[in-house]
Design a protein around this ligand. Structure first.
Ligand code: NAP
Ligand code: SF4
Length: 635
């Protein structure tokens, strides 16, 4: 299967056994110095078949650390790195250390940059680097690279994209210097790469090059092409970098089409004889194989998909069902930004593999009521351990609320998760009883019972379809007020707006046409007028995901959705919805209401509960799957 994906690639220092590179991801275990968990994490991905692993970003010095105290490679922790690299090598993979100097993105008062310009996503203005301190940054990067080789790494990746220090030197947006480092904006990248090559000798050197900055005054394609040509003699592989962190165009979220940026990698490939890695939104083997077959890239970078399934590569080779990454960011990047260790919504064991080890179980008979996310996760975990599971589901299909999520434009990846569960539910230890609303009598005789009956929409005094009815196609007029502005209110608003072209909506252009690759966003004219309302004061959407909330808010704002907080509902009549907003009477001329006012637990049967049936407040797929998995392990 997938012949291109499984063709070895011969490089100068060694041969990669296949075309899958695990992209750099910060797990948070680095700073906790949980070496056992970190080593276990990388070991699982090596065992799972990845040819090459790139570590999470490691700072070359304190001023370059993404936040104060972010991981560095020091003489003190070198032996732990050595154990980690030995372990990865024993399990058949190569591993390189990513060196990441954050420049002005460092969340610290000690941050440095080519010019003293504060980034819009950081409160800290950077100190302008001097000739002397530039030399220090280069020396620190090179000495970290040298130490990486002493720690057993097969090489290093230089983070030259995503708006970090090297990229800051490259773009006019952040490099306003008039000295040689500004007159020749590529000089820093060249000097860092040369010094790194000198430090690591013939070991592997990857440069992550920004193919599209997606910010004003970013690089042109001409700049990128010149850099690629200058660096080609120095590097072994180019990795693709897409968009700065401060960019206002989504680059990895669910609404980004699969393989959206592969054409840019193909353009890079045409410029260099070095192998190139395609990245971002390549979740499945078919997409990866197609990119390689079309010669758009030589290697495929998978980051989040290898959180979701460490065995992605081996499973792709054997045609097995892969636990999908649905690009939600909820348990990986959102956790990182909340200062928590990264894990995965679809695979709660990610980063805590030892905690979720599944010992074989003495085969009990287990009844699980409800085949939504929690019930399914519980059933699969229990069945794989050896229990005999009967999974009752009142509906004609499994999936529960995930089926509704899959209907929302930009959330179609939930369909992939449903397909995964549908295939896994065929496990020989699972008997699936669809169209069966289990009663107490059905549960007699089982060794264990688990209630995963989920939630029902909360009713309010206001009339109108609830979110389930709306997402299932309840007819609605031209002006809709949505009561409740949680995640589901936002989803319903997006559903009512409908599908549209990603590049046109977000202004994704071509760096060969405009610097930074931006074009004027042209969101489609909305077919409906929508209001999204909440009683709490403040702007709706504060509780949305750290890394994706801005996308949902910007999407609705671009289509003229009025988002109001501090709303006191009165009544709904022919004129519309009568409210007090911040104490002032207001009539919202809505023709229809949709009620998205949260949920209540459905827990009519006795027994231990998981997911929404246990606690409806704040239930989402992340908590449901984790609770289901933990219950499956505890049975
Ligand atoms: P939610 O986040 O709790 O929001 C419920 C909304 O209803 C709030 O805006 C609340 O605001 C309002 N509300 C509550 N009681 C009300 C009442 N009696 N009358 C009128 N309004 C009322 O819940 P949800 O939107 O149903 O989402 C459920 C879970 O799914 C959440 O945990 C959410 O994180 C998750 N989810 C996440 C995403 C995502 O993109 N990550 C998407 C969908 C769902 P006021 O009380 O201020 O009026
Ligand atoms: Fe993918 Fe979501 Fe898991 Fe992150 S949490 S790896 S985005 S499925």
């Amino acid at each position: 299967m997938h012949p291109h994906l499984f063709t070895p690639l011969h490089l100068r220092p060694f041969t990669l056994k296949n075309r899958v590179v695990m992209g750099s991801m910060h797990t948070g275990l680095e700073e906790r110095e949980d070496w056992a968990a970190l080593t276990r994490f990388y070991r699982a991905r090596a065992e799972g078949g990845a040819a090459l692993i790139i570590t999470g970003g490691i700072a070359p010095n304190p001023e370059g650390a993404v936040f104060q105290g972010a991981a560095e490679l020091t003489d003190a922790n070198l032996s732990h790195h050595r154990h980690l690299t030995d372990t990865v090598h024993q399990h058949g993979a190569r591993i390189v250390l990513q060196i990441l100097h954050a420049g002005r993105y460092a969340f610290s008062p000690h941050c440095v940059a080519p010019s003293p310009l504060k980034s819009p996503i950081s409160p800290f203005p950077p100190k302008e680097l001097t000739e002397e301190t530039i030399a220090k940054q280069i020396a620190d990067i090179a000495s970290t690279a040298q130490r990486a080789i002493s720690a057993g790494y097969d090489g290093v990746e230089l983070m030259g994209s995503e708006g970090y220090l090297i990229n800051q030197f490259l773009a006019p947006r952040t490099n306003r210097r008039t000295d040689r480092w500004g007159q020749d904006r590529r000089l820093f990248a060249r000097e860092v790469t040369k010094a790194t090559r000198d430090a690591i000798g013939p070991n592997l050197l990857i440069f992550r090059i920004s193919l599209i900055d997606l910010v004003d005054q970013g690089q042109t394609w001409e700049d990128t092409a010149a850099l690629a040509q200058e660096l080609s003699p120095l590097v072994d592989i180019f990795n693709s970098g897409i968009g700065w962190h401060e960019a206002r165009v989504p680059t990895i979220a669910q609404n980004v089409p699969r393989a959206a940026f592969a054409p840019l990698t193909a353009r890079l490939k045409a410029l260099t004889d070095r192998p190139v890695i395609a990245v971002n939104r390549i979740p499945d083997p078919a997409t990866a194989e197609a990119i390689l077959a079309a010669k758009q890239a030589d290697l495929i970078g998978l980051a989040r998909p290898l959180l979701a399934d460490p065995d992605w590569v081996n499973k792709a080779q054997n045609g097995q069902n892969i636990t999908p990454c649905i690009a939600c960011n909820q348990a990986c990047l959102d956790h990182t930004f909340e200062g928590k260790a990264a894990t995965c919504l679809t695979n709660p064991a990610a980063g805590r593999e030892a905690e979720f080890e599944a010992p074989p179980a003495p085969a009990k008979t287990v009844a699980i009521i409800g085949a939504g996310a929690a019930g399914l996760a519980c059933a699969l975990t229990a069945a794989k351990r050896g229990h005999k599971v009967t999974l009752f589901e009142a509906a004609a299909q499994i999936g529960g609320q995930m089926r509704l999520a899959a209907k929302v434009p930009g959330k179609e990846e939930f369909q992939t998760l449903l397909a995964y569960y549908e295939a896994e539910a065929r496990h020989p230890n699972i008997t699936l009883r669809l169209n069966t609303r289990a009663g107490t009598a059905d549960l007699a005789g089982f060794d264990a019972v688990v209630i995963a009956t989920g939630v029902r929409p909360r009713k309010t005094a206001l009339p109108g379809p609830d979110y389930q009815q709306a997402l299932n196609g309840a007819p609605l007029g031209p002006r809709v007020a949505i009561i409740g502005a949680g995640g589901i209110g936002f989803d319903v608003a997006a559903f009512l707006l409908g599908h549209e072209d990603f590049a046109t909506e977000w202004g994704l252009g071509d760096p060969a046409v405009s610097a930074g690759g931006l074009q004027t966003p042209r969101p489609m004219k909305p077919s409906r007028e929508i209001w999204l309302l909440q009683r709490s004061k403040g702007k709706p959407g504060k509780g949305l995901g750290k890394t994706t909330g801005w996308i949902h808010r910007a999407h609705l704002a671009a289509h003229g959705v009025t988002m109001l907080g501090g709303v006191d509902y009165s009544h709904f009549d022919d004129q519309g919805l009568h409210v007090l907003q911040d104490g002032q009477p207001l009539v919202i001329p809505a023709t229809d209401l949709v009620i998205c006012a949260g949920q209540e637990a459905v827990a009519d049967l006795p027994g231990p509960r998981i997911g929404g049936a246990r606690d409806a407040a704040g239930i989402d797929a992340k908590r449901a799957i984790e609770e289901g998995t933990r219950m499956g392990l505890a049975l």
